[in-house]
Design a protein around this ligand. Sequence first.
Ligand code: UDP
Ligand code: MG
Length: 341
Amino acid sequence: TAPLSPEGQRLNCSLLRTASGMTSPMDLSVVVPLYNEEESLPQLVDQLLAALRPTGEIFELVLVNDGSTDSTAKVLEQLSIKTPELVGVLLRKNYGQTAAMSAGFDISQGKVIVCLDGDLQNDPADIPLLLEKLNEGYDLVSGWRHQRQDAALQRKLPSKIANRLIGRFSGVKLHDYGCSLKAYRKEILSDMRLYGELHRFLPALAFIEGARITEVKVHHRARQYGSSKYGIDRTFRVLMDLFTVWFMKRFLTRPMYFFGFGGLVAMSGSLLTGMYLLAIKLMGEDIGNRPLLTMAVVLGLTGVQLFCFGLLGELLMRTYHESQGRPIYRIRATLRGGGTS
Ligand code: UDP
Ligand code: MG
């Protein structure tokens, strides 16, 4: 059972205030990153419209062409002419799934954002399920492909291991981090800065920011057209990102808590050793060149250095926060229900 959020009661109350204080008439934005999905695209739009029009929600379909080398952009343009709900975003080149999703999130106007893949592996008919769950008072609802239609050895096994690891490191235990079909409250995404492969860790990152997270079982279909854009190098990149997320969660928010503590311990050790040596000296003994003296000096220096590490880390954190204006994608054109802008 979830706590009720102030906004969680109804989605189709269409003039709710957003976090920024603006009134937004848009209930829902569906974001789809597209890289060479020309064959899937028309069916995808059909299925999304079929799933969403009957709900009565005010929605937009934000379809992001991530520099496809096939005719995805052309198909998108044609579809946008006859689909008033469609917002097409054409990126200048292929920036990767995370950047494409970010572009979609940034342009979205909905109070709720649903993201899914453009290859028809996710079923748009599941979207109302996610929205229903979100309305119970959650900030993020993740799909769980309980009968995943992908190769067992190459895809499902690494995912199983990854899900365990991410759950352990991040503190959010989900069965299926890799499922792209997810629903988010806009506020959760608005201050999220994604890069690399970080879209995979959105639940973990949102959790760090205090989001309430849950999952619902969704359908999963085998890829009909085109091919998966990922190979084995993804496993490595995901692993490195996992480490980054873990690091951010543990240390990066307050580096001083980590390094500063180590510094204090080392400096105390140095002080105690020094005091011991001083006491011996005062009792009239010659200290000479004892190992203990060396230890006191080394500990002292280490302590000071660790402490400075912590301070530097804090400075880095500030720079990190302040430098977030840098875009990870660039838009060539935007298509809105009928024309180019
Ligand atoms: N995608 C993208 N940019 C890329 C690679 C993929 O926008 O550089 C999109 C792709 O079109 C699809 C989604 O990201 O909508 C997931 O890609 P894919 O289906 O290849 O991944 P898989 O399902 O094999 O994990
Ligand atoms: Mg896929």
